[in-house]
Design a protein around this ligand. Structure first.
Ligand SMILES: C=C(CC[C@@H](C)[C@H]1CC[C@H]2C3=CC[C@H]4[C@H](C)[C@@H](O)CC[C@]4(C)[C@H]3CC[C@]12C)C(C)C
Ligand SMILES: C[S@@+](CC[C@H](N)C(=O)[O-])C[C@H]1O[C@@H](n2cnc3c(N)ncnc32)[C@H](O)[C@@H]1O
Length: 367
């Protein structure tokens, strides 16, 4: 073979490999966000590294320190920073629904995710003509599934402006923008009138609230009497022991890498719901058998993580992705390890389901 032919062949093979690596393998899930489009939400490129450092020094502290430093009020701002940092990586590596679901033999992750979301819609009896609230809606994966499945109108609220833009774009593309609305705001002080919703749900979002009662009280306020609320809560289970250093490390790892001011214990949830005035209709950990393990998806394999790590490193070196993305990606990798340890050991569940009703004649909530 002539030298020039060999060089051309090498160049073409190289181009195909790069294309395959970035465009095909780079899309770890089928979701329309590619590695070459990784931004960091509304943070400007030059600030990503600093914002990551600020985030990490805030949430790395034990929850007692966050509360003792009276930093609780800053939590929503740091949660907003967190979602600026991770939203694109989540979409790229996970899809448009930022939550877990029980695995179902023979079904894809996408289908298992949809079924978990539709279950929430069925539990609150969402149907055409009703106005339903999505508390902490992310980029709207659940909102679109629920609107399509139930025919209801869904209003989502998220603290993160970048997610609002992403969610609106996805809603338009899915042809659901006439029934799915997205508002930027704090779910601890929602910009909605009293008794203005026929139902509400939250999927793996209220764990970001420093005090669960603050968000439940707001949901209670905006629901009509008789309306139903379902929440999938992140909690520690009865198996979690404060005197086991391994457990403590896993839970701290989950909190720090997921912008959580402090995980609550499973047994605390219903008490909080009752305290703000709800009747608790049902409570169940959806992760318990016969449900298939939710954490197996996280164990998608070291090869996939390494491929993603190489990709973000290469894109940062080429200045396609902003500096700081590699650190954020590493943090998520570590977080995934803690989450799957928590799932496998049974000390943590991300799907403790609580189903509540606002009584028809609401007694005044205790403060
Ligand atoms: C409910 C919350 C988010 C839950 C999950 C959607 C995310 C928790 C950890 C995330 C991930 C970890 C590892 C990433 C991996 C290193 C990367 O290559 C591709 C994306 C990940 C798989 C990423 C995807 C989303 C998570 C599973 C919290 C925040 C309350
Ligand atoms: C893990 S994501 C889940 C998103 C969505 N429920 C889903 O399953 O795809 C958590 C969501 O809660 C939102 N959130 C956290 N704290 C919030 C707050 N104080 N006010 C409004 N939204 C908040 C985040 O912005 C994010 O959209």
């Amino acid at each position: 073979m002539e030298v020039s032919t060999a060089m051309w062949t090498a160049a073409i093979v190289g181009a195909v490999v790069v294309y395959w690596f970035v465009w095909v393998m780079g899309a770890a899930e089928v979701k329309g966000k590619r590695a070459v489009n990784l931004k960091m939400g509304s943070i400007t490129r030059d600030k990503v590294e600093d914002k990551y450092k600020q985030y990490w020094s805030f949430f790395r502290r034990p929850k007692e320190d966050i509360a003792a430093a009276a930093d609780d009020d800053n939590v929503p701002a740091f949660v907003d920073t967190f979602y600026n940092l991770v939203t694109d990586i989540y979409e790229w590596g996970w899809g448009q629904s930022f939550h877990f679901s029980p695995s179902i033999p023979g079904l894809s992750h996408r289908d298992a995710t949809r079924i978990h979301e539709e279950r929430a819609a069925d539990l609150i009896a969402a149907r055409p003509g009703l106005r339903v609230l999505d508390v902490g809606c992310g980029v709207g994966g659940p909102m679109r599934a629920i609107a399509a499945h139930s025919g209801a109108n869904v209003v989502g609220i998220t603290i993160n402006e970048y997610q609002v833009a992403r969610a609106r774009t996805h809603n338009r593309k899915a042809g659901l923008d006439d029934r799915c609305e997205v508002i930027c705001g704090n779910f601890l002080e929602m910009p909605f009138a009293d008794a203005s919703f026929d139902g509400a749900y939250s999927i793996e979002a209220t764990c970001h609230a420093p005090r669960l009662e603050d968000v439940y009280r707001e949901v209670f306020r905006v629901l009509k009497p008789g309306a139903i609320y379902v929440s999938y809560e992140w909690v520690t289970t009865a198996l979690c022991r404060a005197d086991d250093p391994g457990h403590v490390q896993t839970i701290r790892g989950i909190e720090a890498g997921d912008a959580l001011p402090g995980l609550r214990a499973q047994h605390e949830i219903a008490e909080v719901a009752r305290q703000v005035g709800f009747e608790v209709v049902e409570e169940r950990d959806l992760a318990l058998p016969p449900a298939g393990p939710w954490w197996t998806r996280l164990k998608m394999g070291r090869i996939a993580y390494w491929r993603n790590h190489l990709l973000v490193s290469a894109l940062t070196a080429l200045r396609v992705a902003p500096k700081g993305v590699v650190e954020v990606h590493e943090m998520l990798y570590e977080t995934a390890r803690h989450l799957s340890d928590g799932g496998e050991s049974g000390i943590f569940t991300p799907m403790h389901m609580i189903l509540c009703r606002k009584p028809l004649a609401a007694p005044p909530p205790s403060s």
